[in-house]
Design a binder for this molecule. Sequence first.
Ligand SMILES: NC(=O)c1ccc[n+]([C@@H]2O[C@H](COP(=O)([O-])OP(=O)(O)OC[C@H]3O[C@@H](n4cnc5c(N)ncnc54)[C@H](OP(=O)(O)O)[C@@H]3O)[C@@H](O)[C@H]2O)c1
Length: 282
Amino acid sequence: MILVTGGTGTIGSSTVKALQAKGARVRVGSRSPDKLKGQGVEAVLFDWEKSETFGPALQGVEKVFLLTPVSDKQTQYTQALVDAAKKAGVKHIVKLSVVGVDAEPGIYLGRLHRSSEKAIKDSGIAWTMLRPTFFMENFINYYGADPKKDSTVYAAHGQGKASWVDGRDVGEVAAAVLTGKGHEGKAYELTGPEALDSVEVLTILGEVFGHKYTYVPIPEEAAKKAMTDMHMPASIVDGMAELAALIRNGWSAGLATGVKDVLGRPPRSFKDYAKDYAAGKI
Ligand SMILES: NC(=O)c1ccc[n+]([C@@H]2O[C@H](COP(=O)([O-])OP(=O)(O)OC[C@H]3O[C@@H](n4cnc5c(N)ncnc54)[C@H](OP(=O)(O)O)[C@@H]3O)[C@@H](O)[C@H]2O)c1
């Protein structure tokens, strides 16, 4: 049995789908297990804020896909789950981390992933770290590119390029690692096949979706104000601003071989992602 945390989100749902395709036994941990009814998957109440939900969720579980939401508390969450996993006899934890986690001094959100990785490594449980770059899905999920209509994306990405990865590739890598052999003690950096700037991405989405997408680069302060106005905590606003700065400065443009190393095929391109989205396959 494999417990997938964050299994209703972008990467977790891709992981669940890929595990189901392999015929693996999967249990999804969610604050709202009812919303998974009728989806052919076992669901269990799981809340990072309520560690009493960890024991029942881990019953009979051999492996865990560990995905924490973006939170100041992610290291505490991870440590608490690691402690419960040890008690439950879990054999392998696969953590969704982030590329550049070892960078010194790095960025705030990267350091949280680094200390979470350390909590897992120190546990004595076998581990694998998945370290993806920015997700292609961010354009639709967060940046304001609406697949159904013309739209404008305001971001502090400047003209910087990033090596966007398709969340399905991350999920398929996770499933392969969770069901395969020889991945213990390894960290995989996961990127797409090419580095693209925001205009290049929006040109691809525009061609495939048949809409006009405009990119408006905005100053960091304007991006921070918009996030503050959305009542995001100050630490996360600053963390998000650091992420945008990584793109602006071209520090997220590196390509890695993790997808090919694990899956034996190249990563999907942004065009592949857009076409599959338009065809309703995502
Ligand atoms: N976006 C990027 O470009 C990017 C790049 C690299 C790494 N990352 C990392 O990816 C992770 C986010 O992954 P994602 O984008 O797939 O997530 P997501 O789509 O935002 O989904 C968040 C998931 O976390 C669950 N969740 C939220 N709060 C919870 C709580 N209190 N207790 C239990 N579950 C909770 C939600 O489940 P329920 O609502 O069902 O409970 C949901 O399944 C973060 O760790 C981030 O640092 C992101």
